[in-house]
Each structure stands twice: as C-alpha cells, then as structure tokens.
Design a protein around this ligand. Structure first.
Ligand SMILES: [Mg+2]
Length: 412
C-alpha cells in the first residue's frame, strides 16, 4: 500500500463561504443563485472580481477583471465586499474537520489543502473522498473538489479535471489517458509565458511536454523547465510539510503615493497594525517584540524593532509602540513602502495579568474583542477607526495572510 494523497479545493471559495455563512445566520437570499461577485471596494476604482457565482459566469464575468468591467456586463450584479476574517475561519474549520480523518493535513492556500493517508488502497480512497465531499457539504454547506493520487502534483491535477463538486483520481497508470491529452497550460506551474515558449517549440499538450527532449527543455527553461518536465511525467518528489508554529506575524504595503508626513504615515501604520494584531489574536498568540520597516522612494531600507516589557495582542498598544520607533528612526525621506510585524510570540493562554498593563490597556483589549466580532459578522469595513472616516486611505491593509499558507509560494 503506497501513500494516498488527496487535494481538497473549495469551489469558488470566497463566494461559497459567504453564501454558507449568510444561510447560517438566517439571510434569505442565496448569492450562488443570482449574478453575484465578491470584490474589493467598488468606489476605489482598483477593485477587482475575486470570486463569482455561476449565474455571474454566464455574463462572462471573469475572476481578476475590474468591478467596473463586470458591472458593464451585468448592470444588476450583486457586489459583496470581501470578508477575510470569515475566510480564514472557514479555512481553519475545514482543516480541523479533515484532521478528524488524518493528522497529515497541509494547507496549500486559503482554500486548498493536501491530506495524506498511509493505510488505504485505491478503491477505498475514492470511496472515502466521496464521503468527505458529501460530509463537507452537509456540515458546512458548500461544495469541494477532491483529487486523489499518490503524490501532490497528480492529486492537484486530478482535483482540477472537472468542477464543481467532483472527486477524480489520477493514479500513475492513468496519466496517459487523463492528464496527457490536456493543453500544456493546464499543467501546474505552466503560466502564460511558459506556455508561449513551449508552443513555439511545437509543444501544445502535456503529452508533448512529457515526450519532449529533456535536454532541450532544460536548456530553454533551466530549473523551471526540469520541474515542469517532471510534472508532465507525473513525477513529484515533494514531501509533506508538517505545520510549524508561527514565529512572527506581519503585513506590509507598497503605497500608491509617496508619504511625506507623520500623520499619513501613522494612519497607514494603524491600518497595517489592525490586520496584523487581528491575525495575532486569531492565532491566539501574544507578542513581545514590535517592528517597523520603511522603504523610501530611492529604495533605501531600514527596519527597527522594540522589545516591550510585557506580552500584548492589543491593536492600540502595538500601534503606539510602532509609531514611537517610526518617529525615532524615520529620516523624512518620502516613503514608498511600510511594513509592520510582531514577533517573540507566546500562546495567549499562558498570559498572566501583567503589572505593566494599566486600565487603559485592559479596556483597549476589550474594545479589540468587540471590533473583531463586529467585523466578523458584518465585514471588514463595517467598523473603522475615526482617522479613516473621511480619508482616501484604506482602513485595513494586508489582505489575507499568504505567509501562513506554506504552499502559496507555488512549490508543492
Ligand atoms: Mg478553490
């Protein structure tokens, strides 16, 4: 019996999670049944479509296009702002459920993960995959795709064969029939630029790549070429990474304009700290070290940190201390990028009441809890700090935490 690897992928994750959540709290509509998208801020013209419903798809609305374009295709389009808190929660809940089957669950992105079994044969694995798929639907109210094979690459390819709500296998003996006929750009890690390079060599399908001259691919595309050549042949030597405890949490943002005054810089720091401190609280951790990094418009870079005399997860506390180091170290050169992070983490449950914490801090911690719960329920921008009320600045910066998903780096 060899290892069985499954790739679990939530179908239209942001939209499905939102729909399932709305149903849970008793909202009557089902956004999956109407033309709807999840998309960033419509007022700010940079908003894009992050996920779409099937009816929206019929209007030819594409993930990644601007909300303006999408609205032109479908004037009645329902646009729902993203709620990253909800997604992180849903993603965790799914992995916790999968953990009831096996301890080997590896997050690949916010809506994809791999699981490993060592005690199943092939036919048992397909049966189990169907059971998991049906259970997820029943317990959580959304659909997933499950791909099954003996390594991660093949499991991921199988998961993409046909969507939504499907289980597929792609065992090594099935590669020729199931994977090789696909266009080469369907192979994991073959992007648009690689596709056009391969097409110029007359390579159009995964079969063409698998049977191409290894030396030629290697010379043309170097290590990336060797990787996709192995993938085309179904070979993937990657191992299962066990989750390691987080050592730091941070968010940074490249700014749309150069920042030249303290007030604006502080507001941006606050928006970054809002996201960072929330992620810290979500992880049930507290920090002792706070850091700031500043990149100026001439690409000068500094990073400074400060060690607090106590552990904290409080937004205001972290914000004030980061502003203090910022004020001390900024040389007033126009800023292009700001980053904040916290480290020296400890689990929140080990925290005693600290004698260093005054009543103000304790009140601020309570306030954080209230704000977190409001945002979870009504969305990230349901409640924003006063400084952002009449401002062009975004009240939260950083998006969802890519760095917590090991596989996001594109290597399996
Ligand atoms: Mg997905």
């Amino acid at each position: 019996m060899s290892n069985i690897i499954m790739h679990i992928d939530v179908n239209s994750a942001f939209l499905s999670w939102t729909a399932a959540y709305e149903k849970q709290i008793g909202i009557e509509r089902d956004i999956r049944q109407v033309p709807a998208v999840i998309g960033g801020n419509e007022e700010n013209r940079h908003g894009i479509v992050l996920a779409k419903s099937m009816p929206a798809k019929k209007f030819n609305i594409q993930t990644g296009e601007s909300l303006m374009e999408a609205r032109q295709k479908c004037p009645n389009l329902l646009v729902i702002p993203p709620n990253y808190r909800l997604y992180v929660r849903a993603s965790k809940a799914l992995r916790e459920y999968l953990n009831t089957f096996t301890p080997d669950v590896e997050a690949f992105s916010i809506d994809e993960c791999f699981i490993k079994f060592t005690d199943l044969n092939k036919s048992q694995s397909l049966k189990l995959a169907h059971k998991i798929k049906e259970n997820v639907h029943e317990y959580f109210g959304y659909t997933v795709n499950i791909g099954i094979s003996t390594n991660k690459l093949l499991a991921k390819m199988a998961g993409d064969f046909e969507k939504p709500d499907k289980c597929h296998t792609c065992f090594p003996e099935e590669i020729k029939d199931k994977m090789w006929p696909l266009p080469v750009e369907d192979l994991f890690m073959v992007g648009r630029r690689t596709k056009s390079k391969l097409n110029k060599l007359g390579i159009y399908t995964i079969r063409d790549l698998a049977n191409a001259d290894h030396k030629l691919i290697s010379a043309l595309l170097k290590s990336h070429g060797r990787l996709i050549y192995a993938y085309a042949n179904g070979l993937d030597a990657s191992t299962f990474k066990s989750p390691s405890p987080i050592k730091s949490v941070g968010n940074s943002s490249t700014l749309k304009f150069d920042v030249e005054d303290y007030e604006t810089a502080h507001a941006i720091i606050l928006s970054l700290v809002e996201m960072t401190s929330w992620r810290l609280r979500e992880a049930k951790m507290m920090c002792k070290v706070v850091s700031i990094s500043i990149k100026d418009k001439d690409f000068g870079y500094i990073s400074r940190q400060y060690k607090l005399p106590y552990f904290t997860d409080c937004t205001k506390d972290i914000y004030i201390n980061i502003c203090r180091i910022f004020d001390k170290h900024w040389d007033k050169r126009p800023i292009r990028q700001l980053g904040v992070s916290v480290s020296d983490l400890e689990e929140a449950k080990f925290q005693q009441m600290s004698i260093f914490k005054d009543r103000n801090t304790l009140n601020n911690e309570k306030l954080d809890k209230v704000i977190d719960s409001i945002r979870e329920k009504y969305g990230d921008t349901a409640i924003v700090r006063g400084v952002f009320a009449n401002s062009e600045l975004s009240p939260l910066l950083g998006g969802y935490p890519d760095d917590e998903y090991i596989g996001m780096s594109s290597i399996l």
